[in-house]
Design a protein around this ligand. Structure first.
Ligand code: ATP
Ligand code: PYR
Ligand code: K
Ligand code: MG
Length: 521
């Protein structure tokens, strides 16, 4: 019975912007929402909760602690939060003032921070541009470098009233290249012969040589295999094995970046030899996780998750390390195993990421869009926030405008109801990080508006209802109750916002309209 409430809350949740205290830890996701409107003789409390540790997700609207209020006449007096004062962050407030509640963006935006964006002013520009989460990728840079970024983001929040969260992304222990001996990139030309080796080299590396982090690489690979760098951005064919060295001929030229991921394919399938046994969380990752806990990051994203077990393990580790920590664990779906165990992984996690970069190196590229759709759908059904990541605006690393295809891709992710979109290289090392963020923001807003205009909000599929007649009745009642609750929540939020930003004269009118709308539903 609770399943349909659960489902409905999650499907609508993205459309409910969260009230935020400027200094509170913001949620990625829009379904944990509690606030009260205090008006003379009434205390209207609205609570939409998806806390997996508490009761099943639900929406509760009460007046003076009882029932759902009817159409009584209220006059606005004050607005206050339940536990602490509730405010929206500066960016949301500016958006509200400019566009009003109906046009406030719901899709959260995640920016990977790298050399292009690590300065205080650059971070501030991203915050102004709507960045909700700053992601630091532990594959790159030192802990001191990341620590500085975290401190700058915290300072921005404290001094300027932003609510930017920090997400730390682990390296994971999949096979990847070394750091190119300090070079920022290496160009492989068509037909060139390169050596991939598990030997340890002193910098600089011999010409056309790449070091590989996985000791079993030379044994696992076979002559004739296809070697893909970064999911196929550059391709090689294995032509010879000489002890620890593997000689390869470049078949698809391109630019290789430091620590790029490596996969090898045989007869059209990904080869998963002993490397499938590599731990999801490496010893370096555990040290990074300790660092993240000590720095109080808001999210830890785990790369190459294979099963729910690793998520549970990490969650108990975090709980043991810091008793009242509320670090959320995000499962990155980027391996074949994570697709196989999708539901149990998402159930165990606080959210998921469709990490299309590595996913596209593990499954054929043409299967990535349907995998994305499936992951987003499972997240909606299990009430977990989901981030769509990688190559959303890849061309904007170099160019100031996106391609039409990229805009269509961003639109599709929003249309699928992803909770958040992520920039990677575009913001980490691209030439136009702010422009890329503007594109994400404006496309998200446009598609959300389109949804509202098309009145598609209701069309989310409900899970299979029980087969017996009695079960159906319960489901129907629950669904209707949830719809009503959410509609009210939406409208109360609207009223709340108007009061908050000083536009309270509409309060009475709007309250009457919204409550009568609810009672007509
Ligand atoms: N902290 C950093 N320092 C230097 N370069 C960085 C940093 N973070 C990201 N980058 C650059 O931006 C690119 C894209 O970043 P991204 O976080 O997507 O990494 P990735 O290497 O593709 O791995 P992942 O699969 O973890 O996303 C990287 O390849 C790297 O060149
Ligand atoms: C984000 C990430 O890890 C990927 O796309 O592979
Ligand atoms: K990573
Ligand atoms: Mg990845």
């Amino acid at each position: 019975m609770s399943q349909s409430l659960h489902m409905f809350t999650s499907s609508r949740s993205r459309y409910l912007p969260l009230p935020k205290h400027p200094y509170s830890k913001p949620s990625l996701f829009n379904s944990d929402c509690r606030f009260s409107i205090i008006v003379p003789r009434h205390s209207i409390s609205i609570r939409a909760s998806s806390d997996p540790n508490s009761s099943p997700p639900h929406v509760l609207v009460t007046d003076n602690g009882k029932g759902v209020p009817g159409t009584s006449e209220f006059t606005p007096a004050a607005v206050s939060g339940t536990d602490s004062s509730l405010e929206v962050d500066t960016v949301t407030e500016a958006e509200l003032k400019e566009n009003g509640f109906r046009s406030t963006r719901r899709t959260k935006l995640v920016c990977t921070i790298g050399p292009s964006t690590c300065g205080f002013e650059q971070l501030e520009s991203l915050a102004v541009g709507g960045m909700n989460v700053a992601r630091i990728n532990m594959c790159h840079g030192t802990r001191d470098w990341h620590k500085q970024v975290i401190q700058r983001v915290r300072r921005l929040n404290e001094e300027k009233g932003y609510a930017v969260a920090i997400m730390m992304d682990t390296e994971g222990s999949e096979i990847h290249m070394g750091d190119l001996g300090g070079a920022s990139s290496a160009k492989a030309e068509d037909g060139e012969i390169w050596t991939f080796s598990v030997r340890a080299f002193d910098a600089p590396l011999p010409e056309h040589t790449i070091s590989v982090n996985y000791d079993g690489f030379a044994e696992d690979v076979r002559v004739g295999d296809e070697l893909l760098v970064d999911g196929g951005m550059v391709r090689f064919e294995v032509i010879e094995k000489i002890g620890p060295d593997v000689k390869c001929r470049c078949t698809d030229p391109g630019l290789m970046l430091p620590r790029a991921n490596l996969t090898f394919w045989r007869g059209g399938s990904l080869v998963r030899e002993r490397n499938a046994m590599l731990p999801t969380i490496s010893s370096k990752d555990w040290l990074d996780i300790d660092f993240g806990i000590a720095e109080g990051v808001d999210f830890i994203a785990i790369s190459f998750v294979k099963s729910a077990e690793v998520i549970n393990h990490l969650k108990s580790y975090i709980a043991a390390r810091s008793r009242d920590s509320d670090i959320a664990v995000i499962a990155k779906i980027e391996s074949i195993d994570s697709l196989t165990n999708l539901e149990e992984i998402i159930r165990a996690s606080d959210g998921a990421m469709v990490a299309r970069g590595d996913l596209g190196a593990q499954i054929p590229l043409e299967q990535v869009p349907s995998a994305q759709q499936k992951i987003v759908q499972v997240c909606r059904q299990l009430n977990r926030p989901v981030i769509v990541a990688s190559q959303l605006l890849e061309s904007m690393i170099e160019y100031p405008t996106p391609t039409r295809a990229e805009v269509a891709d961003v639109s599709e992710a929003v249309r699928q109801r992803a909770d958040a979109l992520m920039l990677s290289g575009e913001s980490a090392m691209g030439q136009f990080p702010e422009k890329a963020l503007t594109v994400l923001r404006s496309v998200s807003l446009r598609i959300e508006k389109w949804w509202r205009e098309e009145k598609r909000r209701e069309s989310m599929e409900l899970p299979e209802v029980g087969s017996s007649f009695q079960d159906c009745i319960s489901e129907e009642i629950c669904t209707s109750a949830a719809k009503m609750g959410l509609l009210m929540l939406c409208d109360f939020r609207c009223l709340y916002t108007h009061v908050l930003i000083g536009n309270s004269k509409d309060f009475d009118q709007q309250f009457k309209e919204s409550t009568s709308k609810c009672s007509n539903q």
